[in-house]
Design a protein around this ligand. Structure first.
Ligand code: MSP
Length: 512
């Protein structure tokens, strides 16, 4: 029986075209989705756009467009970005779709029926940019303007009739959830922030607005629009055909294994979302991981600061796999990171071109010249061959654990080490000096080919396009990739044909 795995990205606000921060959330989620697939899981990987609320309504007005027309346009650029990033997502959900509308209203009705929602009046601070309510102690005045301390976004004073969700009732249940599932919120440092926020006392949450119209109506009171976060979070179950909880998709994939999000939206995912679900008698997700930000200089990117890094520009200049490799290797996962052109170029030139790319070309050229383009037949491996080949089976369980703990950096370090060691092995063994020793010559080339195969498999979640090109040496197709085969030292069959491949990575020439 196949095991199931459900992973999601945040759904992005189509208020402006996508930037590097959005690309980062998506690439990281795609990395895990692809790994789980080659581990044999049936993966459902979801992404999409979050299209309601005042933020979007205002963005549309500023562009002199109707909200839906505006969303159609910008949502397309996010969908296009998923393609540009080579995401292996199964679905792309838009909150303006019917299936989602139905799902949100259903969840609302259940919460209302269970007495979890009541009508009252909200007065307090609201940031349209964050679509979030803030307490008095969470705001400060900067140059005479009130802003949220955490995000720096402008807050407005709001006073209007509103429905409230009885969040205060769920404080203990949430604390119990965090305690029973110590890895529900990762990384650990972020978990502590959430736990102290919940421990400090939860107030009921305003979950509807009356003063604008762009959103999903409260079914029992058309004057109210459902709070955009209650609307948005529900996307994760709308895509599984909720409210039909008996269908296979829902049954196979809910609760989600991993909501991959940025640290700025942790409270919504780790406090509000599980509380809504528990209140509706639905299981909460298994894990929420809040990654760091990709900074532009020292600051978070934002339209108002005019410091946006465009992923498409970098991809056009350096290639998608180079960007993916850089973000996964160079950013300390969980912490904030930066895009440094020098480091990006060094990743391409040293790791990808000189190390891995060069290994493939050298080994292939050697095989072609000395053996002919087929896998050699060998008798035995010697100690040197086995040490390096066995390091994959010896580290197999570690690699699986790294992924299950979202420890991207340890996974990447293993690959980088293996690329280095494989090159060194080929140099040290000097097969070109073994022309009189047919057995060793063949054992060394076979070992080197196996190393290329194993490393390419590990690289698949990181740089899928280049990995597939390398695996084409052995005619291994995408749906045949299986992580278990890195444990096998004799996967390649003697006599099977070897394909020559083009150079995998072009070096970047640096002009001073
Ligand atoms: N629409 C909400 C999410 C709803 S999920 C039910 C939202 N959208 S967003 O477009 O503003 O941000 C989406 C994701 O991009 C968040 O995870 C956010 O952390 C991430 N990033 C936005 N800017 C970022 C960086 N500069 N760096 C890394 N990720 C950041 O929030």
């Amino acid at each position: 029986m196949k095991k199931n795995y459900y992973i999601t990205t945040p759904i992005y606000y189509p208020s402006a075209k996508p930037h590097m921060g959005h690309a980062y959330s998506s690439i990281v989620a795609d990395f895990f989705a692809r790994f789980k697939r080659i581990e044999g899981y049936k993966v459902f990987f979801l992404t999409g756009t979050d299209e309601h609320g005042l933020k979007i309504q205002r963005a549309a007005e500023n562009n002199k467009k109707k909200p839906l027309e505006f969303c159609d346009e910008i949502s397309k650029t996010f969908k296009q970005l998923s393609k540009t990033l080579n995401l292996a997502n199964n679905d792309f959900i838009r909150t303006t779709e019917k299936r989602h509308h139905k799902s949100v209203q259903n969840l609302w009705n259940i919460l209302e029926k269970k007495g979890e929602i009541y009508l009252s009046k909200y007065s307090g601070w609201y940031s349209v940019s964050d679509e979030a309510f803030y307490l008095e102690n969470e705001i400060e005045s900067k140059e005479g303007i009130n802003v949220a301390k955490t995000s720096g976004s402008v807050v407005e004073w709001l006073e209007e009739e509103s429905y409230f969700f009885k969040l205060s009732n769920w404080q203990n249940k949430l604390l119990e959830l965090y305690e029973k599932n110590p890895n529900f919120i990762l990384p650990k440092s972020r978990k502590n922030e959430v736990v102290s926020f919940v421990e400090s006392g939860l107030k009921d949450l305003s979950v509807s607005r009356k003063s604008f119209s762009w959103g999903i109506q409260v079914p029992s009171n058309k004057e109210h629009i459902i709070y955009v976060w209650l609307d948005a979070l529900t996307n994760y179950i709308s895509a599984l055909n909720y409210p039909d909880t008996e269908n296979d998709k829902y049954k196979n994939f809910w609760p989600a294994d991993l909501h991959m999000i940025g640290k700025d939206i942790l409270r919504f995912h780790a406090v509000y979302w599980p509380a809504f679900l528990l209140a509706a008698d639905l299981p909460p997700p298994k894990r929420v991981y809040g990654h760091g930000w990709i900074l532009s200089g020292e600051e978070k990117m934002s339209k108002s600061k005019g410091n946006i890094l465009d992923p498409v520009e970098i991809i056009n200049d350096y290639g998608l796999d180079s960007l993916r490799y850089y973000l996964l290797k160079e950013v300390s996962f969980g912490n904030d990171g930066n895009i440094s052109k020098d480091k990006l170029i060094s990743c391409i030139n040293s790791d990808l071109a000189n190390n891995f790319g060069n290994l493939c070309q050298r080994v292939l050229a050697f095989v072609e010249k000395n053996i002919g383009l087929e896998v050699p037949k060998i008798d035995t491996f010697n100690e040197d061959d086995l040490i390096i080949l066995n390091s994959f089976s010896e580290n197999y369980q570690n690699l699986i654990d790294f992924i299950n703990n979202q420890n991207i950096n340890s996974y990447m370090n293993f690959i980088v080490d293996q690329m280095f060691v494989a090159n060194k092995y080929f140099n040290d063994q000097e097969p070109w000096k073994k022309k009189d020793d047919d057995k060793r010559l063949k054992a060394i080339t076979y070992t080197s080919l196996e190393l290329i195969r194993k490393i390419s498999i590990l690289l698949y979640p990181v740089i899928p396009q280049s990995s597939l090109k390398a695996l084409n040496i052995f005619k291994i197709k995408e749906d045949e990739i299986n992580i278990d085969t890195i444990k096998n030292n004799s996967f390649l069959k003697a006599g099977s044909v070897i394909n020559k491949i083009d150079i995998l990575f072009d070096k970047v020439i640096i002009n001073d």
